[in-house]
Ligand binder design. Structure first.
Ligand code: SAJ
Length: 429
C-alpha cells in the first residue's frame, strides 16, 4: 500500500507527487489518461515546466514514485484534478472532483486523510466532496480527515514555489487540519497557516487571484488614462509604487492563464455580490479591443492589412496558451476584418493577414510562423507576451526593410528609440 495517492498528474499533481517522493514518501501518481501514465513511465513529462523532467525522473528512479491508471488505497489521498471553467455559464465544472471522490470512496478507511488541492468555488469541499466520501459509511472529521489545501504555485517556477510559498490548510475540524499540517510540513519551507474551515481556505485561494486580476484591471485603466494625458503609464506606476503602501501591477493586453481570468467567477459562483470584481474582468477582457483601437487609429481600416502578433503564450517565457491574450486578440482581429475562417492566422476573406509567432509554444493546431515571415510585410506589429526573446527586438533584426508603421508594445519591453529612429510609431500600453 502506498502512503500517498495523488489524483491527477497535471501542472500541480505531478510536481506534488514527485516532491513527496523525493522527500522519501511512497507515492503513487494516478491519472485517468493511460497516455499520460505511459509517457511518464517512459520518463517523459507531458508539459513544459523548467526543471520538472529531472525532478520527476529523480522521483521515478528512486522507486518512491510509481504511476498508475488505477486508484490505490493510501493513507493520504491528494486530489489535484482540473476544474474546467464553462465560459457560457461562468461556472466551475466539478465533474472531475466528484469523480475523484467516487474513486476514493471505496478505498477509504478509518484514519485516512483526503486533501483537495484543486481550485474550487467556496463550499465545494464540504458540500460536494464530503457527501460523496461519506457514502463509505465513514464520517469526515471523526473517522477520516478532510481538508482543503489550495495550491499557489506560479507556472514557470513551480518546483521552487511548491516548497517556498506559504500554505493555507483548512480542515473540516482540528484533527483534519493537523493531519494535513504534519504531511505538508515535511517539505514546505514557507509558513503553514491553518483555519478550521475548508470553505475559508477555498475562499482565500480565490481572493488571492482576484486581488491580482482586479489590481491588473486598475493598472489597465491607468494605462488608458495615461495615454490620454500623453504620459507613460509604466513610469507613473513605477513612481507610484515607491510609496510603501502602493503595489500597482502592470498593464498589458489582457489577463490570461487558467487562474486569474477564472477564479473571480468561481468566487461569485454561490453568491450574487460580484460587482467591482466583475467590472475588473470586463476591463481586462476589453484590452484586446483597446489594442485593435490603437492599430486602427494608426492604420485606418485593418481590412487587407497584415498584423504580426508576437507571443501567443499567456505570459512570458512559458509555452502555455490557455486563455492567451495574444490568441484572443487574433480572434477579435479576424472578426473585425471579416476574416472568413475561424482558424487563427488564416488569411481573412478581406485579404487581412494575421501572422502569429511564439518561440515557446509548440501547438500543431496553431499556424505559427518563424519570426522572419511573421514580420515580413507587416503593417502593424503587436508584442503580446513578454518573452525574453522579444526584449531586444529591433526593426531591422529579422527583415531588411521593415514595412510596419506601428508596433504596439503591450508589455513595454522593446527599446522605443530604436523603433522611433526607424520611423515606426511605438505605442506602449
Ligand atoms: N499579468 C499582467 N500584469 C501583471 C501581472 C500579470 O497583465 O502585473 C498577466 C500575465 O501576463 C498573465 C496573467 O496576468 O496573462 C496571469 O499571470 P500571473 O503570472 O499573474 O499568474 P498565473 O496565472 O501564472 O498564476 C497565478 C498565481 N497567483 C497569484 O500570483 C496570486 C499563482 O501563484 C497561482 O498558483 C496560480 O495563479 C493558480 O494556479 O491559481
Amino acid at each position: 500500500m502506498s502512503t500517498i495517492c495523488v489524483h491527477g498528474l497535471g501542472y500541480i499533481g505531478l510536481p506534488t507527487a514527485a516532491m513527496f517522493a523525493n522527500y522519501d514518501y511512497d507515492v503513487v501518481g494516478y491519472d485517468t489518461s493511460t497516455e499520460v501514465v505511459n509517457r511518464l513511465s517512459d520518463g517523459e513529462v507531458h508539459f513544459d515546466e523548467p526543471g520538472l523532467r529531472a525532478f520527476v525522473t529523480q522521483a521515478l528512479d528512486s522507486g518512491n514514485l510509481t504511476v498508475s491508471d488505477e486508484v490505490e488505497p493510501a493513507k493520504y489521498h491528494i486530489i489535484c484534478v482540473p476544474t474546467p471553467f464553462d465560459d457560457e455559464t461562468k461556472e466551475a465544472d466539478l465533474t472531475y472532483v466528484e469523480a475523484a471522490g467516487r474513486e476514493i470512496m471505496p478505498h477509504i478507511r478509518t484514519g485516512d486523510t483526503v486533501i483537495l488541492e484543486s481550485t474550487v468555488p467556496p463550499g465545494t469541499t464540504v458540500d460536494v466532496l464530503q457527501p460523496i466520501l461519506e457514502e463509505s459509511g465513514l464520517n469526515a472529521g471523526n473517522d477520516f480527515a478532510m481538508v482543503h489545501c489550495p495550491e499557489t504555485v506560479l507556472p514557470g517556477n513551480i518546483i521552487t514555489e511548491l516548497q517556498q510559498n506559504a500554505r493555507i490548510i483548512g480542515g473540516v475540524n482540528g484533527v483534519s487540519t493537523e493531519a494535513a499540517v504534519r504531511l505538508y510540513d515535511s517539505f514546505v519551507e514557507g509558513e503553514i497557516r491553518t483555519t478550521e474551515n475548508a470553505t475559508t481556505a477555498e475562499f482565500v485561494k480565490l481572493i488571492q487571484n482576484t486581488f491580482r486580476d482586479t489590481n491588473i484591471a486598475l493598472a489597465n485603466e491607468i494605462a488608458k488614462l495615461a495615454c490620454d494625458y500623453g504620459i507613460s503609464s509604466r513610469e507613473a506606476i513605477d513612481l507610484a509604487n515607491q510609496h510603501p503602501r502602493v503595489d500597482l501591477h502592470q498593464p498589458g493586453p489582457g489577463v490570461g492563464g487558467h487562474c486569474l481570468p477564472i477564479d473571480p467567477w468561481f468566487l461569485g459562483q454561490n453568491s450574487d455580490k460580484l460587482e467591482l470584481i466583475e467590472l475588473a474582468r470586463e476591463v481586462n477582457d476589453g484590452m484586446s479591443q483597446y489594442v485593435i483601437d490603437i492599430l486602427e487609429e494608426e492604420l485606418g481600416s485593418l481590412a487587407g492589412k497584415k498584423i504580426a502578433i508576437l507571443g501567443v503564450a499567456y505570459k512570458g517565457n512559458v509555452g502555455d496558451t490557455r486563455k492567451s491574450p495574444g490568441l484572443k486578440l487574433a480572434r477579435e482581429l479576424q472578426e473585425v476584418t471579416n476574416a472568413d475562417s475561424d482558424v487563427i492566422a488564416a488569411d481573412g476573406g478581406s485579404g487581412t493577414e494575421i501572422a502569429l509567432h511564439d518561440p515557446h509554444v509548440n501547438d500543431q493546431t496553431l499556424d505559427l510562423e518563424p519570426i522572419e515571415s511573421a514580420l515580413d510585410g507587416a503593417d502593424g506589429i503587436v508584442i503580446a507576451t513578454d518573452h525574453d526573446e522579444y526584449e531586444d527586438l529591433a526593426p531591422d533584426q529579422y527583415c531588411d526593410n521593415n514595412t510596419a508603421s506601428i508596433i504596439v508594445d503591450s508589455r513595454a519591453i522593446v527599446d522605443v528609440s530604436k523603433w522611433k529612429n526607424a520611423g515606426i510609431n511605438v505605442q506602449t500600453i
